[in-house]
Ligand binder design. Structure first.
Ligand SMILES: [Zn+2]
Length: 60
């Protein structure tokens, strides 16, 4: 897993990951603060899911 830090894309760079074993969801921000990329259940494989909050902002 690779986490890129780009200060210009903070709003769009938050990705939600779901543990494929227990289904616990974690954000990319939370994973970055962890010493290792690992679920609370010990599993290390996540899949990307869309953020639960669908935020619609009228742009343009
Ligand atoms: Zn898990």
């Amino acid at each position: 897993m690779e986490v890129l830090e780009d200060s210009n894309q903070q709003q769009d760079s938050i990705v939600v990951y779901e543990c494929i074993r227990c289904g616990t969801r974690t954000t990319s921000e939370e994973l970055k603060s962890l010493p290792e990329l690992k679920c609370i259940c010990g599993f290390r494989i996540f899949r990307k899911v869309r953020p639960p909050i669908a935020k619609r902002v009228k742009a343009v």
